[in-house]
Design a protein around this ligand. Structure first.
Ligand SMILES: [Zn+2]
Length: 110
């Protein structure tokens, strides 16, 4: 179960929120978040300034934590390893865009 704080409407207050993310995918990891940045992008999402927010919204990105679980195909990360994660995820790490350092533009990123 994920324990977080979420807003439930534009401009709403952060309230305790729990959800089940479902089974861990074979190429996914679970990060036990220790610290999380909140920036103006999060405030824009909370207020639905870009017209794309889906509620409930758990704001925050650029997290630091440790690996709590690994999918069956994950070989480069291990339990307890300290990691960071930015706004996007799902980089392929094989395309020309990724290999040139522009992971945020990877067509496979989520
Ligand atoms: Zn890529």
């Amino acid at each position: 179960m994920i324990h977080a704080y979420a807003v439930f409407e534009p401009g709403g207050e952060l309230k305790h929120y729990e959800y089940d993310p479902g089974p861990l995918g074979a190429q996914q990891v679970e990060i036990q978040v220790e610290h999380c940045g909140i920036c103006h992008s999060d405030l824009s999402m909370i207020d639905n300034e870009w017209g794309m927010t889906q509620y409930p919204l758990v704001p925050g990105h650029e997290v630091i934590g440790t690996i709590g679980a690994v999918g069956s195909l994950v070989t480069h990360l291990s339990l307890g390893q300290r990691v960071g994660l930015g706004w996007q995820s799902g980089y392929c790490m094989t395309c020309e865009t990724c290999m040139s350092g522009d992971h945020n533009l990877c067509p496979s990123a989520e």
